[in-house]
Design a protein around this ligand. Structure first.
Ligand code: ATP
Ligand code: MG
Length: 629
């Protein structure tokens, strides 16, 4: 079957289509109804069915793959590497599950996981899934404030953490942050389970803190059966990255998520039992949930958890991992690829990567120069995929497990099966035609795997996501896009990022792409700032490949003019930024997304807003200096 027919069937007959996909996972009890959409926009998939994520990720593979690798934990920070077979992972997860039970955690209780990229973090997630506890993973290294907000929102009975993470060889202590966060939060967890990696000293709170290694000793032979859950019980809560404002607590189900992941591994991510999946993301993000922990394991693959940078000990580290473990598919983000692009070319060619079938990239726009460079270097398909924490799996991409729909540079691809994607003109609420820009929306019912609601706040779910387009109840992605005549979508930026210059609506992404094609520009952020005459003007902040060529004021002005001329040629004068500033660093979230709203706020003399997820606060000062000077 070709993809067009496959997609058509999925939207014409969602019940039939998804009932078929449901056979990709194991069920303890069959569902009685494929979809209950009696209370839109809330969906209930696979009603009455009983299953379990941990069962599908581990137990289901014990007979056929028991001694094969399941989890490969690699840290170039601590120089450790450990391979867990399916059987070993099973035992470790049962031990952790038994510890959790002994600490009073049961079905429906929340467990907050604040951990570095170590195997115990995966054990903790899978142990929660096993006993029906709801995990809420908070990106390790978030400051005490962000952690405290999430503790109060999720109200965990237990927090699992570690003494420290490590980044670029520097120990990042977690325990002091955790203690401070718990101090600030109004909700207090009854117990805190601490993994001691021996990296940083820890203060122990008597009666509350439990040592993981000691507890594990007491549960070495634990047998903890899977708790069967109704499909629509909650599997986890995960907060969005906070690029555009206050993070939202995305709540996900059990059965729908398991089916969606199994299907995506088969149709999109070239998963097959015995293969090895390497996602360079972090368990603190949605990619880590779907495509480090659950997706690959549900597909019967080994999954790699990597703690470390892409360029340490050298820029060949990823490819040496691919070579050593015969990685079959990889998942990363454009921001990491741009880091590699700045390194000496020799590292890209040092290792045998012939096992690799594709590199999947997501999280932010994949610009053409980056896509072309990495595809040339690796010689495997580079597959962009567009989605959100909210959806849990790709909305737009090409499904190589179904047919060989070609990729198109600059486009993540086409709407995936199950998604009724539309482009809507914000002002009129009308559907856009080809090449007409609009908001990317999804018509309900959302397919399995997507968020059920905002944790504890159904009203916020409806008001935030389903009430943006006049007279239509559709799910808004808050992204702005365009579709070409062949049905490929292009993401132009977030709806907050549209610049309105004298009535012309421009996506920040269009201008950024144009500026990035200048030979001296390695990265750029464009924001719209208020202007008395034109309403808004575009202003650009660029990182240079050769900053030494823009040291004097004269050089800077010449280069600025040159960059503007590039935009003039490609987009016309209407897209030309009013100013181009050169900075050494751009403000980004810890997941690598540009914080345009903060740049914009600084330019307009406002407060930069919620900065809990910023990677390096110094970047804001560079923006201030550039604008001020
Ligand atoms: P918040 O919603 O809290 O502001 P966030 O949107 O950054 O945070 P995520 O859910 O991690 O949190 O990111 C999803 C967003 O990332 C998408 O809505 C889109 O803007 C962007 N994105 C993801 N993948 C792609 C891609 N392949 N191409 C372009 N943009 C992408
Ligand atoms: Mg978002």
């Amino acid at each position: 079957m070709n993809f067009t027919d496959f997609h058509q069937r999925s939207v014409d007959d969602p019940q039939g289509f998804w009932a078929e996909q449901a056979t990709l996972i194991g069920w303890n009890k069959p569902f009685s109804e494929t979809l209950d959409y009696s209370r839109p926009p809330f969906t209930r998939w696979f009603v009455g069915g009983e299953t379990n994520l941990c069962h599908n990720a581990i137990d289901r593979w014990l007979d056929t793959r028991g001694d094969q690798p399941a989890l490969i934990a690699i840290s170039t920070e601590t120089d450790t590497e450990k391979v867990y077979s399916v059987r070993e992972l099973h035992q470790e997860v049962m031990r952790t599950a038994a510890i959790m039970q002994s600490l009073g955690v049961g079905r429906g209780d929340r467990v907050l996981i604040y951990m570095p990229m170590i195997a115990e973090a995966a054990f903790a997630m899978l142990a929660c899934a096993r006993i029906g506890a709801i995990h809420s993973v908070v990106f390790g290294g978030f400051a005490a404030n962000s952690l405290a907000t999430r503790i109060d929102d999720a109200q965990p009975k237990l927090i699992v953490s570690a003494d420290a993470g490590s980044r670029a060889g520097k120990v990042v202590p977690y325990k002091p942050l955790l203690d401070e966060a718990i101090g600030r939060a109004s909700h207090k967890p009854a117990k805190v389970l601490m993994v001691d990696r021996g990296l940083a000293p820890m203060d122990k709170v008597d009666g509350r803190d439990v040592d993981y290694a000691l507890a594990r000793e007491q549960h070495m032979h634990a047998q903890v059966p899977v708790t069967w859950l109704e499909s629509n019980e909650i599997s986890y809560i995960l907060y969005t990255s906070g690029t555009t404002g206050k993070p939202k607590g995305v709540q996900r189900d059990v059965g729908g998520y398991a089916v969606a992941l199994a299907a995506s591994m088969k149709y999109i991510f070239l998963g097959q039992p015995g293969g090895t999946f390497f996602s360079t993301s972090d368990i603190g993000w949605v990619v880590g949930h779907s495509y480090i922990v659950y997706g690959p394991l549900i597909a019967g693959m080994a999954t790699i958890m990597y703690e470390g940078l892409p360029i340490r000990p050298d820029a060949g580290i990823w490819w040496s991992i691919v070579e050593k473990y015969r990685v079959t598919a990889m998942f990363s983000a454009p921001t990491a690829v741009r880091v590699l692009k700045k390194q000496p070319a020799e590292f890209m060619k040092k290792h045998d990567i012939s096992s690799l079938k594709a590199l999947f990239l997501a999280g932010e726009p994949l610009d053409e120069p980056t896509a072309q460079w990495i595809s040339g270097e690796l010689g495997v398909p580079i597959i962009d995929n567009y989605w959100q924490t909210e959806t849990g799996w790709p909305i737009l991409t090409v499904a190589r497990g179904i047919d060989d729909t070609p990729t198109r540079l600059g486009s993540p691809g086409k709407p995936m099966y199950g998604y009724k994607v539309k482009l809507i003109d914000e002002a009129t609420g009308e559907e856009c035609g080809p090449n007409q820009k609009g908001v990317v929306v999804i018509e309900g019912p959302l397919p399995p795997g997507c968020m059920q609601t905002v944790f504890g706040d159904d009203e916020r779910f409806v008001n935030t996501y389903w009430s943006n387009i006049p007279d239509r109840q559709v799910y808004s992605t808050f992204d702005w896009g365009v579709r070409d005549a062949d049905g490929y979508y292009f993401i132009l930026g977030r709806t907050d990022d549209v610049i309105n210059v004298a009535g012309h609506r421009l996506g920040t992404r269009e201008i950024e792409e144009s500026i990035a094609s200048h030979p001296n520009v390695s990265e750029v952020a464009v924001v719209g700032i208020a202007d008395k005459l034109k309403g808004q003007v575009a202003v650009a902040f660029a990182i240079l490949k050769h900053p030494e060529q823009a040291e004097t004021m004269e050089q800077k002005l010449a280069l600025e003019g040159d960059v503007m001329a590039t935009v003039d040629r490609q987009l016309g004068a209407v897209g030309r930024p009013a100013r181009v500033y050169f900075v050494p660093l751009l403000p980004k979230t810890r997941s690598g997304k540009l914080l345009r709203r903060s740049i914009q706020a600084i330019c307009e003399g406002r407060d930069p807003g919620d900065l809990t997820t910023i990677e390096d606060p110094a970047s804001l000062q560079h923006v201030r200096d550039a604008v001020g000077g």
